[in-house]
Design a protein around this ligand. Structure first.
Ligand SMILES: *[C@@H]1O[C@H](CO)[C@@H](O)[C@H](O)[C@H]1NC(C)=O
Ligand SMILES: *[C@@H]1O[C@H](CO)[C@@H](O)[C@H](O)[C@H]1NC(C)=O
Ligand SMILES: *[C@@H]1O[C@H](CO)[C@@H](O)[C@H](O)[C@H]1NC(C)=O
Length: 839
């Protein structure tokens, strides 16, 4: 009975695909960690597949850069596992999130110290990830991983925000085998063609003619075929599945393979999958002799086993070797040649699992049998810990010394280095922007000389000094026109530009796209949960009572129409400050989802309705009714007779001589202030709910009777304002002139960035929207200026004080544009300050 039956085949790949507990919760929060987190609500523990808690996923603190692999999500499985499949998902957060990893790499470790980059059978590391924020992408790991720790590392070919939810699938690796060391597989010449029997997926060291401290083909769960020149695996060389040796290289007549296990185990059998194509001089082994090591020493008496040499049946087979309940933590076996060649594709071990098999960390729990052995290993662990502590202390001392030395070096030499670094990166930048500078080289280089002290202040320690210049380097990447940028972002451009549709929906720098083109307010998941407790308090409106007037905008999934609605009065409740005489049709904005929109867009649309229906403030546009009983889905919001504030102000002029002559309608300064105060009030309401608007601007404020203002959200969908949005090479379309530096550079949108946008909106209001913010700067220069805001070396350009604007109000604007988000005023404070400025 040397040949095991089919049912015992330990070729596990097909069956070992159980979720390991990210989505099921068996993996504890404390076993999920990450390189960094964007916020508490996007911590590592939210990186569970199919979970919607927190803000919906794990998100690293920084955007993922093309050539850095700094960010990772790490899972500790507490014991070795055989992992055959991984699943990834982005951050959907009920339609608010849209970040995902388009690609990722995996690193794994069996001991927590040696990390190995996973490669597929073709040697590629990068795994294709998600294409949207909601679908789960499952990827078979070929070869599978045997590890305790797994890291997911998002990868990108351009700067982007990434969030991930993940799951691992597989089963526990009960072998306990952590490595095998063997002579490297050899090469056979078959009909003049070389056949390689090397261990192609070995993850340890491959030293000349020897492989060690790793696992590979012998444990990848894939058994070779009867004919070794063929393989299950597509597109690999002949002999791929086997590791093979010829007796010519082994004068002793055997191949020694050493196996090391995580701890002392009680072994019953070893199964070796061998090729037996005797017609090609390949046979299973003639004899195997195994030596065991349980403590420090090798046992004197080996175990020997001789299978029946089979030269009848050429099929590959498992040979089962009884190990007779030997206790061992390591084993070396001599496999004797039965013919010129010996080829193995898989070796597995069967063992008796002790009662404490679930205790996988090296420290036994108190409930364990206090046998001598465990005591012994406790002492060893104690010694190990002490050694580790000593190491850590030494490391700390070294680091302290190193820092001191480094700081001294910084004082003396780094100024020089920083300058070089900066000049280098800036010269790159000035080339990029050369067309827009009159004299870039002479203007930027000398001023850098004085600025290094600022760097030392912001980034006082050595390794960090690269940080700002890295960001500066990032800048040209944003630009349309630079050569570098075009090549850097070629891949995404090519794929995104194909269909010509404006894609905001890629999880790039930021995502502003709502369902119909307008961006929905960004709501933290927490608020969403609070809101969803109640039912949606809007009613269905009879579609036939809507009369189309004008298209206000268009987005990927829908359109916004200006309509007249009859009988809308019945849909407005008493707290509604909308004075309309009976039976008069009212102007409404109708956001409409295209009938062919996919299910997720529909869900997002319904979510948006839910959110909108909760917003009740005199300065926020109200959701009046919906048409959700039939397609297309519609959302009917108020519209104000005077249109948006941008158009309104453009039609008006300040009071004064000029207006008298031109006979144009005027708006007094106090009414401008009144309108600005209302915007601040509406924003105060939004911020009190932790809503982030993301696109506050005069074009998104509507004007009613008597200068009443309501904040709306039509966003970039209107062609009229396409010039206000900057398209980053096939990526997001962004209102960069209204965006804070951290929104542009880091993709961070918060109430503080809304405050920044408010400052710009206030500026627009007081200039009667007669020009775009920074109209003298090109988009590229605006982004360059953003870099200056980040660097804060007093070279950033602020919007100038409008003629009408008193110092006290300009001070409010400047405070909104503070570099430090914490120093910016709250909307509450802005509101109060604006009220005060009017008295
Ligand atoms: C194994 O041999 C193949 C074919 O020559 C080669 O492409 C591959 O890199 C080798 N792999 C290792 C790990 O040596
Ligand atoms: C190994 O397991 C077998 C079967 O449970 C048991 O009889 C034997 O005593 C064990 N060996 C040792 C050394 O514990
Ligand atoms: C290798 O094995 C073949 C077949 O058993 C035998 O004829 C040959 O002498 C062996 N070579 C060496 C070097 O042992």
């Amino acid at each position: 009975d040397t040949i095991s039956s089919i049912s015992q085949l330990p070729c596990v790949v097909g069956v070992c695909r159980y979720p390991l507990g990210m989505s099921g919760g068996q993996i504890q929060d404390e076993d999920i960690s990450a390189s960094s987190q964007w916020s508490e609500s996007t911590a590592a523990r939210y990186g569970r597949l199919d979970f919607e808690e927190g803000d919906g996923a794990w998100c690293p603190e920084r955007t993922v850069e093309p050539d850095s692999l700094k960010e990772f999500l790490q899972i500790d499985l507490r014991s070795l596992h055989f992992i055959t499949l991984v699943g990834t998902q982005g951050r959907h957060a009920g339609g608010i999130g849209n970040e995902f990893a388009q690609m990722y790499k995996i690193k794994y470790s069996r001991d927590g110290s040696r990390w190995i980059s996973w490669r597929n059978r073709q040697g590629e590391q990068v795994i294709e990830g998600n294409r949207n924020a909601y679908d789960i992408m499952l990827k078979d790991l070929e070869p599978p991983i045997i590890a305790r720790f797994v890291r997911f590392m998002p990868v990108s070919d351009h700067s982007m925000n990434v969030c991930m939810r993940v799951e691992l699938y597989g089963c526990e690796w009960l072998d306990g085998l952590v490595s095998y060391n063997a002579p490297a597989g050899e090469q056979m010449s078959l009909e003049g063609q070389p056949v390689h029997f090397n261990d192609s997926v070995y993850d340890g060291a491959v030293i000349y003619r020897w492989v060690c401290i790793g696992l590979g083909q012998l444990t990848d769960g894939m058994c070779g075929l009867d004919d070794f020149t063929h393989s299950h695996v597509y597109n690999v060389w002949p002999g791929y599945d086997y590791v093979g040796w010829t007796n010519e290289s082994f004068p002793n007549g055997y191949v020694e393979i050493m196996f090391e296990f995580d701890r002392t185990r009680n072994f019953t059998t070893m199964k070796v999958h061998c090729n037996n194509m005797f017609t090609r001089h390949i046979k299973a082994f003639r004899q195997v002799v195994c030596y065991f090591r349980s403590e420090a020493d090798w046992e004197a008496t080996p175990l020997s086993f001789s299978p029946v040499v089979d030269d009848v049946n050429p099929s590959a087979r498992f040979i089962t070797v009884s190990l007779a309940n030997h206790m061992a933590s390591a084993m070396k076996c001599h496999f004797y040649f039965a013919d010129t060649w010996m080829m193995f594709s898989e070796i597995t071990f069967q063992l008796i699992l002790s009662s404490n098999r679930m205790v996988s960390s090296p420290i036994p729990s108190p409930g364990d049998d206090p046998t001598h052995k465990i005591d012994d290993s406790n002492t060893r662990i104690l010694i190990g810990c002490l050694v580790a502590i000593i190491f850590i202390l030494v490391a700390i001392i070294v680091i302290i010394l190193w820092r001191q030395v480094w700081q001294k070096m910084l004082e003396k030499a780094s100024r020089r280095m920083l300058d070089d670094e900066l000049t280098a990166s800036l010269s790159l930048q000035s080339e990029t922007f050369a067309y827009s500078h009159n004299n870039p080289s002479s203007s930027s280089a000398p001023s850098e000389q004085e600025s290094s002290s600022t760097y030392e202040r912001i980034f006082p320690l050595g390794p960090d000094y690269q940080e700002p210049s890295r960001l500066i380097r990032k800048l040209p990447e944003f630009s349309h026109s630079s050569e570098e940028a075009v090549t850097a972002s070629k891949a995404p451009t090519a794929t995104f530009a194909q269909d010509g549709v404006p894609h905001y929906a890629e999880a790039d720098i930021v995502n502003l796209q709502g369902v119909t083109g307008g961006n929905t307010y960004a709501v933290p998941a927490l608020t969403m949960d609070l809101l969803s407790g109640k039912d949606v308090a809007v009613e269905e409106f009879p579609r036939k009572l809507l009369t189309f007037k004008e298209k206000l905008g268009e987005g990927q999934f829908g359109e916004v129409h200006l309509c007249e609605a009859e009988g809308m009065q019945e849909f407005m409740d008493e707290d509604f400050s909308f004075d309309i005489s009976d039976n008069q049709p009212v102007l409404v904005a109708v956001k409409m989802l295209r009938a062919d929109a996919n299910k997720n867009a529909r869900n997002d649309f319904l979510k948006e309705i839910k959110i909108m229906s909760r917003l009740k403030d005199p300065n926020i546009i109200r959701l009046l009714a919906v048409c959700i009983c039939s397609d297309p889905l519609c959302m009917i919001t108020e519209y104000m007779e005077n249109g948006d504030l941008n158009q309104f102000l453009s039609r008006h002029e300040p009071e004064g001589q000029l207006a008298l002559i031109s006979n144009a309608p005027t708006v007094s300064y106090s009414n401008l202030c009144y309108m600005a105060t209302q915007i601040a009030s509406g924003m105060r309401y939004l911020s009190s709910l932790n809503f982030v608007h993301r696109d506050l601007a005069t074009r998104n404020c509507l004007v009613g009777k008597n200068y009443t203002i309501k904040i709306a959200d039509f966003g970039m969908s209107r062609n009229l304002y396409s010039g206000d949005y900057y398209r980053i090479q096939g990526r997001a379309v962004l209102p960069i002139r209204w965006m804070s530096w951290e929104s542009i550079l880091l993709g961070k949108f918060t109430t503080a960035s809304d405050v920044w946008a408010f400052g710009v909106t206030l500026w627009e209001t007081l200039t009667f929207c007669n020009e775009q913010p920074y109209s003298q700067l090109t988009d590229e220069q605006v982004i360059e200026n953003t870099g200056e805001f980040f660097r804060d070396q007093k070279r950033q350009v602020y919007l100038p004080q409008p003629v009408l604007c008193p110092d006290s109000v300009y001070k409010i604007m400047l405070n909104c544009w503070r570099r430090n988000t914490k120093e910016r005023p709250s909307f509450q404070e802005i509101h109060r300050a604006l009220l005060e400025s009017q008295t």
